[in-house]
Design a protein around this ligand. Structure first.
Ligand code: FES
Length: 335
């Protein structure tokens, strides 16, 4: 009988351990993605529920109504489906927020993982076809990326470290005990349903509490107060630092928001807030006569701040600028 040397036995053991590590890594490969999507959806839902802007009326550019109207006007390919959402905006806005909460909790806990992933994919598909539809180039739109991220979970489900995994193992034991397939399935469905109701109730309660006691955000759109010269000197830059077609950045001393001082034509100076009127992202510095918002693709005219391309519907807030010698000084907010 051939003898196995110590080094050969050691090599075999190391190879086996490496194979076990690889198998373990494959088994839990989707766990980071699942955690990320689950946490993000719970966070997004609670963020919506605690934000007074979200359920404000059409006068607030960050509200569900304004964003849905902007998507409809901006050429969304599912514009024909947005009419019912605009007829009952509060109902739809809450349904989206609580839907995100259910998807997030189901994904985190691994309860009916494929159903949760399908829900997440449908939410991101609808957001991609509405608020992200005008983002250019397409890969800057978050929602398309999220839609793709749901695909692996939709295909694989959540069989490990999950309620689904527990129910599957118990169903296996039931089969070994000789229970009929119909009985096993009914039991798994009923227990999954009880868990879903319990988790859904907890989600509903936490969502409602967040809605009631959440962060104290006011419903009024963010307004910059005029800079108070007594409180802080008005920001100023050298005129030479603002070339024709270019800009210099200063801060609104009242809010701390970035403001672009621009020179769209030789000798013509104006200033615009960098805060996008769609959902508050920071717009890029002007290029080719426009300020571009990377979040959902809105474009604003660099000479007037007017919307060139939605989903934003309101122009960028404009400030006065005075030129004194070689100095450009930011004036008060004008609109
Ligand atoms: S925040 Fe949506 S386009 Fe700017």
């Amino acid at each position: 009988m051939p003898e196995v040397s110590n080094s050969e036995a050691g090599d075999g053991g190391a190879a086996e351990r490496a194979a076990q590590r690889r198998a373990l890594a494959s088994r839990y490969a989707l766990l980071p993605l699942r955690l990320f999507l689950g946490v993000t959806f719970v966070y997004a839902a609670l963020d919506k529920l605690s934000d007074a802007h979200y359920l404000a009326g059409a006068g607030d550019p960050a509200s569900f109504v304004s964003q849905t109207q902007a998507a409809k006007a901006g050429g969304s390919p599912i514009a024909f489906l947005l009419g019912p959402a605009l007829d009952a905006p509060t109902l739809f806005a809450l349904a989206i927020a609580f839907g995100e909460l259910a998807v997030g909790l189901g994904t985190l806990l691994g309860l009916w993982g494929r159903v949760a992933a399908l829900g997440g994919a449908l939410i991101n598909l609808s957001l991609w076809l509405t608020v992200s539809w005008n983002v250019s180039p397409y890969y800057l739109g978050n929602d398309l990326g999220y839609l793709m991220a749901w695909t692996p979970l939709l295909l694989a489900g959540t069989p490990y470290l999950s309620v689904d995994g527990y129910l599957a193992r118990r169903a296996g034991r039931d089969r070994e005990r000789g229970l009929t397939e119909g009985h096993v399935r009914r039991r798994a469905l009923m227990d999954g349903g009880i868990a879903a109701v319990a988790i859904g109730g907890a989600g509903l309660l936490s969502g409602s509490l967040t809605r009631t006691f959440g962060r104290n955000r006011t419903a009024a759109p963010k307004q910059s107060a005029a800079p108070d010269p007594a409180a802080a000197p008005a920001p100023a830059v050298a005129a030479a630092s603002v070339p024709v077609g270019g800009s210099a950045q200063v801060k609104d001393p009242a809010t701390g928001d970035a403001v672009y001082i621009v020179q769209p034509k030789a000798g013509q100076y104006c200033a615009f807030s960098s805060v996008c009127t769609h959902s508050g992202c920071a717009v890029d510095a002007p290029r080719n006569g426009q300020l571009y918002c990377p979040c959902h693709g809105s474009r604003f005219d660099a000479a007037s701040g007017a919307v060139v391309n939605g989903p934003a519907v309101k122009p960028l807030p404009r400030y006065g600028v005075t030129k004194d010698g070689d100095q450009l000084t930011l004036g008060p907010l004008q609109s």
